[in-house]
Write a protein of this length. Structure first.
Lengths: 258, 261
């Protein structure tokens, strides 16, 4: 379980001004839940994810994982970034093996596990390619496999499909859902796409524009396993999308007429 | 089989050399003065230099100083540059010092260094060391600065400590940039090597060159210039080959050959 307790984040800009990025966020994420954080750009949603990752220390409040305050990054929380952040000097296999090797898994075992993961994300045959030789979608598949390889209890996904074209994005969403439905890791998923959030999540945290506050938390009661073709025709899915889009519209209007 | 195109690109540098030698030959024939021997005369003088034991010892002494100065500089500059690139504190501590040293021609420091350390190997190696250090430090800083934050975060999540991230992420990620600095450093090592031997004449390739100049042996002067030039080209080509192998993961697939390799 992840507990975020009255967390706020102030950044100092280069002009020595203080910018409130997150204001008093409290949120609890149950084990095995797929939770999306949805909001306009600049609402601090990625910052919230970085705080849970331990990459950024909150200026106020406390974030806990399994009851313990987060003091830094750890292999129990695996990030997947929009920028992929692969190690370009390592092959696909080298990237995926990196985590297990760091955790002390024997080379042979790490390689076998990694090859299986690479196959699972659909990249069999690309084991010895370097990241520069892969497309964006393939790079993100490698990044996902690399993170899954060290078995984090929580996946932290920071707009992972944001840099991909629509077609690749859809395919990766489907594949992510298939993978997730197998082992039901806790997922914290940051996105600004309403459809993506509704399609994937159990729960959506809608945030306001800066300073980032939680506007509303919506439970998505759509049955699983979800199939895109069925879902798109489902009036409940459509209603969620329309309702949540409305919340985001309201948010921008708040901004215009405070 | 080699295609026509690769044949032309491969032989390009060679053709350029032959062209230069040709122009030299014609210019020398036209000018016809003692102090400007023809290319053929200069080339003919090469075997006698390379066959002479004394000269060979001199050239090898030069290369040894260069190798030691270059290696020490690289070994110290890379860690320093990478730390400066990642830590604001370390950078602001060393930056003023480097900014003062950077624009000073290293050969201009030679007289002071000679006063303190004598005219032997130590002074000359130190000048080479200084000449190589700065580009390597500079490029290491740039390389370390450019390392994607998220790449380091990914490593931290896998359990890499700060020191491990430095060696296992920052170093390899910055390697292409570091090696660019080393390549500049290698050429500078050759330049400072010759200049140092010009100032503190005692041994070395530069010593042969300037002694020959004093004695009016112009064939030898030009032959030495060819030998030193060939050393530079050879070292650079060898280094380029090594570099390309070390960072083939980062190279764009099609590139103009910028060296003789």
């Amino acid at each position: 379980m992840i507990e975020i307790d009255h967390v706020s984040q102030v950044f100092r800009t280069s002009g020595r001004q203080e910018h409130l990025a997150l204001s008093d966020i409290s949120l609890t994420i149950e084990d095995g839940a797929f939770v999306s954080i949805l909001g306009p750009s600049g609402c601090g949603k990625s910052t919230l994810l970085y705080i849970v990752g331990g990459f950024v220390n909150p200026t106020g409040g406390v974030a806990k994982v399994k009851g313990r305050p987060i003091t830094g990054p750890g292999p129990d929380r695996g990030p997947v970034f929009q920028e992929f952040a692969l190690f370009p000097w390592k092959s696909v296999l080298g990237n995926v093996m990196y985590g297990p090797r760091q955790q002390g898994v024997k080379r042979g075992d790490a390689e076998a596990q990694s090859r299986a993961l690479i196959e699972m994300v659909g990249l069999k045959g690309f084991e010895h390619f370097y990241p520069k030789e892969l497309s964006g979608g393939m790079k993100q598949r490698v990044a996902l496999a690399r993170t899954l390889a060290y078995h984090p209890a929580v996946l932290l996904m920071d707009e992972p499909f944001g840099a991909l074209d629509a077609h690749t994005r859809t395919r990766l969403q489907n594949d992510l859902l298939n993978i997730w439905e197998r082992d039901r890791k806790t997922v914290l998923f940051v996105t600004h796409s309403v459809e993506e959030a509704v399609f994937l999540s159990d729960k959506i945290v809608v945030m306001t524009r800066s300073p980032g506050r939680i506007k509303q938390i919506v439970d998505i009661g759509l049955p699983r396993p979800r199939r895109r073709a069925e879902l798109l025709l489902d009036p409940r899915y459509q209603k969620y999308v329309v309702d949540i889009e409305g919340m985001i519209d309201d948010t921008s209007e708040d901004e215009l007429h405070p | 089989m080699m295609s026509m195109r690769t044949l032309v690109t491969r032989s390009g540098p060679l053709l350029a050399c032959l062209g230069l030698l040709g122009i030299w030959q014609i210019a020398a024939l036209i000018l016809n003065t003692d102090s400007f021997p023809t290319a053929m005369d200069a080339i003919r003088a090469i075997p006698s230099i390379l066959g002479d034991k004394e000269s060979l010892i001199n050239i090898l002494a030069s290369l040894r100083r260069m190798a030691i100065g270059f290696s020490l500089a690289v070994m110290l500059s890379i860690p320093l540059g990478l730390t400066m690139g990642r830590s604001r504190g370390v950078a602001s501590f060393f930056n003023p010092l480097l900014m003062v040293i950077y624009p000073v021609p290293k050969a201009a420091l030679m007289p002071i260094i000679m006063l303190w350390l004598g005219v032997g190997d130590v002074s000359k190696t130190l000048v080479i060391f200084l000449g190589v250090s700065l580009p390597v430090i500079y490029h290491s800083i740039q390389g370390a600065k450019a390392v994607e934050e998220k790449m380091l975060w990914s490593g931290a999540a896998m359990g890499l400590s700060a020191a491990q991230r430095m060696i296992r992420i920052v170093l390899p990620a910055a390697l292409p940039e570091i090696l660019t600095g080393c390549r500049t450093g290698l050429v500078l090592a050759l330049i400072t090597m010759i200049t140092s031997e010009m100032i503190a004449r005692q041994s070395g390739a530069g010593n042969i060159l300037f002694n020959a100049l004093d004695m009016g042996q112009y064939d030898t002067v030009y032959a030495m210039i060819i030998i030193i030039g060939a050393m530079g080209i050879g070292l650079d080509a060898a280094f380029e080959k090594l570099r390309a192998q070390l960072v083939n993961w980062s190279e764009p697939r099609f590139d103009l050959p910028l060296s003789f390799s």
